[in-house]
Design a binder for this molecule. Structure first.
Ligand SMILES: C[S@@+](CC[C@H](N)C(=O)[O-])C[C@H]1O[C@@H](n2cnc3c(N)ncnc32)[C@H](O)[C@@H]1O
Length: 297
């Protein structure tokens, strides 16, 4: 297993403000880095639920959190956060965390197909029990639909040229082959690999990432008890826009935004953990209802 370093850990703990006896949900438990710190602050009291759709992540989290009897780990998609919390009698939460996207383990594991160097099949499923893989999209979508997908989920401005080259190169078997076709069309410019946007688009489509995020945010907000907080770390602008817009709507329904601007990692954290570079943390709280104003007689 490739270790995953939790991003913006101090900042998340600051906003979650973990209270003894509280109920917390880490909806992306991953390798359990954030959960471990939350569990420590619960000092054996309260209840922490960790959710992940990836069996590798759950196995790693299980090992990392084995000493905490108040932690329950569940395999599931966070779009069902309300139902999962309900089943575990945690339908009023003091804090919910979503640390979106993929883990370092998923990104760097050769057999998952998330990374440019992967020799494995083009997979990119976080939940390997689902059917659709990146290979299905790359090798079967009509060219126009593939171009639209790359534009919409990858903000790839040369989506048509990339889609044309991919269709010509079919069948594309590995992540590495995919990366080299895209490199052939776009050439190398700047520090990021030119296939970054194509990989992002496919990953988002395979895992329905934007669709499930909207549902999960609504579900998480509805679980918060008074004083309860929701923290979300996003890693690209499409995700952050959904978080920002949902929080704005929530504010009009009485929620309090704790981060007028997203919180970003320090230079030191980015140096220690380059994966943190694009992270943005936003937090919101369900405040106590306003006191009714004195009735004039
Ligand atoms: C960035 S990692 C989380 C790392 C974690 N905070 C830690 O400290 O180890 C994101 C995790 O969320 C999981 N994930 C992403 N989307 C999900 C979804 N819709 N439902 C459940 N888990 C999801 C991924 O499988 C991955 O393990």
């Amino acid at each position: 297993m490739i270790e995953h370093v939790p991003v913006l850990l101090d900042e998340v703990l600051g906003y979650l403000d973990v209270k003894r006896g509280g109920t917390y949900i880490d909806a992306t438990v991953g390798f359990g880095g954030h959960s471990y710190a939350i569990a420590e602050r619960l000092h054996g009291t309260g209840h922490l639920i960790g959710i992940d759709q990836d069996d590798d992540a759950l196995a790693a989290a299980r090992a990392a959190l084995k000493d905490f009897a108040n932690v329950e780990l569940v395999k599931g998609n966070f779009e069902a956060i309300q139902a999962i919390a309900g089943e575990l009698k945690a339908d009023a939460a003091d804090g919910v965390l979503l640390d979106l996207g993929v883990s370092t383990h998923q990104l760097l594991s050769d057999d998952r197909g998330f990374g440019f160097q992967s020799h494995a099949g083009l997979d990119m499923r976080m939940d390997r029990s689902q059917e659709l893989t990146a290979a299905d999209l790359v090798n079967r979508l009509p060219e126009k639909k593939l171009a639209d997908l790359l534009y919409r989920f990858g903000e790839e401005h040369r989506s048509r040229a990339v889609a044309r080259a991919l269709v010509r190169a079919r069948p594309i078997r590995t992540a590495r082959d995919l990366a080299s076709v895209v490199l052939g069309v776009l050439g190398r410019r700047g520090r990021a690999h030119p296939a970054t946007r194509t990989f992002q688009a496919l990953r988002i489509a395979v895992n329905r990432e934007l669709e499930v995020l909207t549902t999960a945010l609504r579900g998480a907000l509805s679980l918060l008890r008074i004083g309860g907080r929701l923290c979300v770390i996003s890693y690209h602008s499409l995700e952050d826009r959904i978080v920002k817009d949902t929080f704005r709507e929530a504010r009009s329904e009485g929620m309090k935004i704790l981060t007028p601007k997203p919180v970003t990692p320090s230079r030191d954290e980015c140096r220690r953990n380059p994966r943190a570079r694009s992270a943005k943390l936003r937090a919101v709280e369900r405040p106590a209802p306003a006191e009714p104003s004195a009735v004039m007689v």
